[in-house]
Design a protein around this ligand. Structure first.
Ligand code: 1GP
Length: 254
């Protein structure tokens, strides 16, 4: 079983380093040129990961987007699947998401059973991930599509207990997500409480649409932040957050 990508998450966490993942939604990216622009900017600014996926993918260019990125950069490509159909063997790894904030058995274990034999035959590194949706003020695509109730944004202890349970079940990453385009990102208080409660790497995303919010998530204890929407609207945000990430990591060396 491959472990390289997981090791990069856990080594960074152990060293106190932050990492930055750019999410590309194949449905939203406006053609090859726009995708290439992000790839080029990602390389120039040492982005750590490209995540490819989304909770509702209606087009058929998922594989094309993965291959385009893989053909032009060594930055790892990690699938962020919306369903068991989103498996692309040309990627490096897949977040094997169990939606532990919800009580929908299909997203806790059902789709995984369908995906397991396909993943077993593939060369993808499987990253067992406790996925936690957090209420952000407005209904997001992911909360609607998953038919689950997100964790209330003002209940950090519920989030912490959920994350601890995920870790005890053997999940290797926790991903807290306010949902793509969320009005409010996950609060610093919730991030900080979850960070203190578990030892595994913590990914945070949803609604981080400026460098200030990115800094707040890092300060609160996120090891990795994911940005999609904000970069779709303003590609220069990629540069700003990459600089922020590098600044954090330089401080760690002092
Ligand atoms: C969504 O966490 C990701 O699932 C990223 O969210 O698109 O709001 O950056 P944004």
């Amino acid at each position: 079983m491959k472990t390289n990508i997981y090791r990069s998450f856990s080594d960074s966490q152990a060293e106190g380093k932050k990492s930055f993942a750019v999410l590309i939604d194949p449905d939203k990216i406006d053609g090859q040129a726009a995708c290439m622009q992000l790839v080029t900017m990602g390389m120039a600014n040492q982005v750590n990961y490209f995540l490819v996926g989304g909770s509702l993918i209606t087009g058929n260019n998922f594989g094309q987007v993965v291959r385009l990125i893989k053909d032009h950069t060594d930055i790892p490509v990690v699938i962020f699947p919306g369903s068991s159909m989103h498996i692309e063997p040309d990627a490096d790894a897949i977040l094997f998401l169990s939606l532990i904030s919800g009580r929908n058995p299909d997203l806790l274990i059902g789709q995984h059973v369908v995906a397991a034999p396909v993943l077993k035959r593939s060369n993808l590194e499987v990253l067992p991930t406790g996925y936690m949706l957090v209420d952000s003020g407005n209904p997001t695509t992911v909360s609607y599509m998953s038919n689950t109730m997100p964790i209330p944004g003002d209940k950090p202890s519920v989030a912490a207990c959920t994350a601890v349970a995920g870790e005890m079940l053997g999940l290797k990453l926790i991903y807290m997500d306010a949902g793509s385009g969320a009005e409010q990102p996950v609060s610093g208080k919730m991030i900080s409480m979850v960070r203190k409660s578990v030892n595994i790497p913590l990914i945070v995303g949803g609604g981080i649409n400026n460098a200030h919010k990115a800094a707040r998530a890092y300060e609160a204890g996120a090891d990795t932040i994911v940005i999609g929407n904000g970069i779709e609207k303003n590609p220069n945000l990629l540069v700003e957050v990459a600089e922020l990430t590098n600044r954090y990591n330089q401080q760690m060396k002092v």
